[in-house]
Design a protein around this ligand. Structure first.
Ligand code: FES
Length: 351
């Protein structure tokens, strides 16, 4: 780690490090929570923005995963603080989560701005949560690392793998045609979503998690890890360690999110056969970063990029299979042999 900052230059020092009455209040109230000066003095304060909620099954594990992040932050000499943010549960929120993406972006930005934080860990994955978190982090400009919630395990019924979304339509049609009965329909209801994590087809969630990794905002390889795989909590610990160094190295999103990074993300989107909803979110994220991305950009890049992934609904398999086949890291390697795909990531390296 190359240190560019001294402890007195940390943003949190303005709250916690100065000898005035206001800082006395901040410190005394941290002590009220049970922390002592050894917990924070001279350390980067890391805000863990967690979109966990009891009614978001895609994020049901993020409460526990925040503890893995905290472990990593502490190991690297930081001070972790978890802050809850609105959880946009695609399966429950009516009329549509799209009304709240920008609310999450504002909440993320203002949580980061208003508290004594030096860096951010962004935890989400269910559809609009990824762009919401990233947009807010871009506007605030603190070093930030995204933790993808990861896809749930494959669905199972009657010896067959079930995919979120696509198989609901398929078997609903079968039921209406009289080809399956009420008991079978009930069994499918119990088997189609059998672990925490996001939808495990290449829908908006898997697409946006992969795009965010391709932008450089998540650890390489992180977006393909199934939520229930033990690689996932290990990745959370790595992200916790890494964000502390990102603060010392002064690596905010603006150093990562270049026009080339967005080109990479769109190429990866095309190679995955990703969701068309991504167009709306990528344009919004790019504009937050002051980069012009429009439909013409998607059209131009789509003409250069072959579809490589074979994941439903455009392909045959599910995200768990994609992970076992090497995941996004392997796919990007394959793509690099055909196209220029180098970009800076949260690791501080160009890959
Ligand atoms: Fe959360 Fe599909 S419902 S990712």
């Amino acid at each position: 780690m190359s240190r560019k900052k001294r402890p007195e230059e940390l943003r949190s020092h303005r709250w916690l490090g100065v000898a005035d009455m206001r800082s006395f209040g901040h410190r005394s109230r941290l002590r009220q929570i049970g922390y002592d000066s050894d917990d924070w003095q001279g350390k980067p304060v890391i805000g863990i923005i967690n979109t966990w909620s009891e009614i978001n099954p895609c994020h049901a594990h993020l409460r526990a995963r925040a503890e893995n992040v905290k472990r990593g932050v502490l190991q690297a000499g930081g001070f972790p603080i978890e802050l809850p943010a609105i959880s946009l549960s695609e399966t429950f929120v009516k009329p549509t989560t799209m009304l709240y993406r920008n609310l999450l972006a504002m909440e993320t930005e203002e949580l980061l701005r208003s508290h004594p934080l030096d860096g951010a860990v962004l935890m989400g994955g269910c559809d609009k949560t990824t762009p919401g978190l990233i947009m807010g982090a871009i506007s605030m400009g603190l070093p930030a690392i995204y933790i993808p919630a990861g896809p749930m395990l494959r669905g199972n019924w009657n010896g067959q793998y079930l995919g979120s979304g696509s198989d609901v339509w398929k078997y609903w049609t079968e039921k209406r045609a009289g080809n399956i009965n009420d008991q079978e329909w009930d069994e499918i209801e119990g088997g189609i979503a059998r672990s925490f994590g996001t939808c495990m087809v290449m829908g908006t969630a898997a697409t946006m998690m992969a795009i965010t990794e391709a932008l450089g905002m998540a650890l390489p390889g992180s977006s393909s890890i199934p939520a229930a795989d033990s690689n996932h909590p290990r990745m959370c610990g790595q992200a916790g360690r890494r964000i502390v160094d990102m603060v010392w190295e002064d690596l905010p999103p603006e150093k990562i999110l270049t026009p080339a990074a967005f080109d990479n993300a769109i190429k990866v989107h095309m190679a995955m056969g990703g969701s068309t909803n991504a167009i709306i979110h990528v344009v919004a994220m790019a504009r937050r970063a002051g980069i012009n991305v429009d439909m013409e950009t998607f059209d131009r890049l789509s003409r250069e990029v072959p579809v490589l992934a074979n994941v439903r609904p455009s392909g045959k398999h599910l995200m768990e299979d994609f992970f076992y086949a090497g995941g996004l890291r392997a796919m990007m390697q394959n793509l690099r042999e055909k196209l220029d795909l180098s970009c800076m990531t949260v690791t501080g390296k160009t890959i």
